[in-house]
Write a protein that binds this ligand. Structure first.
Ligand code: ZN
Length: 109
């Protein structure tokens, strides 16, 4: 099995729709650190699991400097973002989303 990881820093804003009072309900920003874990039993014809640039284009290119509430069709918690990122890359089996120092959500298939 071959494994690759891609780490991205993505600046953006969001507000959370929560069932309890929280300052996270107000629009605010993060520099999310997103680590994307991919694997494949076989390499493609280029000798790769997946091109790092394709991952960057698809995730960073879409989200960076955006309002996640406008870009994503769900409440943009770190957990939901991790699942969405995983679903965008066919070879991806796990994604970690660090929202701020010490706060990390992980989704794994
Ligand atoms: Zn936040």
């Amino acid at each position: 099995m071959y494994y690759v990881t891609k780490r991205l820093e993505i600046a953006g804003s969001h507000r959370l729709d929560l069932s309890y009072p929280s300052k996270c309900e107000r629009l605010h920003g993060h520099n999310w650190i997103i680590t994307i874990y991919c694997k494949s039993e076989q390499l493609n014809s280029d000798g790769m699991v997946v091109d790092f640039k394709h991952i960057k284009d698809k995730i960073h290119g879409y989200l960076d400097h955006g309002n996640f509430n406008e870009l994503l069709p769900f409440n943009p918690t770190a957990e939901n973002i991790a699942r969405w990122v995983t679903e965008q890359i066919p070879q991806c089996y796990k994604t970690s989303v660090q929202e701020s120092e010490g706060n990390i959500a992980i989704y794994e298939i």
